[in-house]
Design a protein around this ligand. Structure first.
Ligand code: ZN
Ligand code: ZN
Length: 238
């Protein structure tokens, strides 16, 4: 069956996201827009995933715990995990490899943790947007070894894109899918990049504002609506 997806959404834990990207606002907007599956992908962090999963409980919306990791090569990787505990386990490794830079709320923005009632439970001191010290290759291996799946983020963009940084998508990484951004004209993009045509593309919003969350416009065929099925699909197992 085909499901309407948006697998790249930031919460208020990302300093560049709006304050109203709260768990319940994201769940409610995704439901209004008619989505079946969303993923939470904050910069270098997964601490709000559990709250969004809980907020979505019983609604029929499937929420995938994830993270948008910025690797040492300054490439953004979307990492998806089977459950929130695994996502937090991955986050522990990432936090150990972040440069010791503190967030400055006066310069950047607050990085807010929330519970499933949209109540603030704390703020993150580490500055989450910078590159961590984990190489792209190691990050991919680490996420997959924990049962996760990885997508190179927004490969059609100029910044933080594997395609721009490396100039190509290394075959040895085994990617079956790549992410393209919300406004990417895939046909004309692929005319210029014929080398990518054998891969599938997953279009997501990279929403930092509620209104940017996708409508029913990006689809993925899955045997069933489950996190396991989605991870297998991205990993090319089914
Ligand atoms: Zn990004
Ligand atoms: Zn993003």
């Amino acid at each position: 069956m085909k499901y309407a997806i948006d697998l790249h959404i930031h919460t208020c834990l990302s300093p560049c996201a709006d304050d109203d990207m709260t768990p319940n606002n994201i769940v409610n907007m995704s439901r209004i827009k008619g989505l079946d599956i969303i993923a939470i992908t904050d910069h270098n962090a997964a601490g709000n995933c559990a709250a969004v999963l809980e907020a979505a409980g019983g609604s029929g919306l499937l929420v995938v715990p994830g993270m948008e990791l910025c690797t040492a090569d300054e490439i953004h990787l979307l990492c998806y995990f089977p459950d929130t505990d695994t996502a937090i386990g991955f986050q522990e490794q990432v936090f150990r490899n972040l440069l010791p830079v503190k967030n400055r709320e006066d310069v950047f923005a607050r990085q807010v943790y929330m519970n499933s009632f949209d109540e603030e439970t704390g703020t993150e001191d580490r500055f989450l947007i910078g590159a961590c010290m984990i190489s792209t290759q190691d990050a991919i291996l680490m996420a997959r070894s924990m049962g996760g799946a990885v997508l190179p983020a927004h490969v059609d963009r100029e910044s933080f894109s594997m395609l721009q940084t490396f100039g190509f998508i290394p075959e040895e990484y085994g990617f079956k899918y790549l992410e393209c951004s919300k406004d990417c004209n895939l046909d004309s993009f692929l005319q210029e990049r014929e080398d990518l045509g054998h891969r599938g593309f997953i279009r997501s919003s990279d929403a930092h504002r509620l209104q940017d969350i996708l409508e029913r416009e990006s689809w993925l065929e899955l045997e069933e609506k489950s996190v396991g099925c989605l991870l297998d699909k991205i990993n090319g197992i089914r």
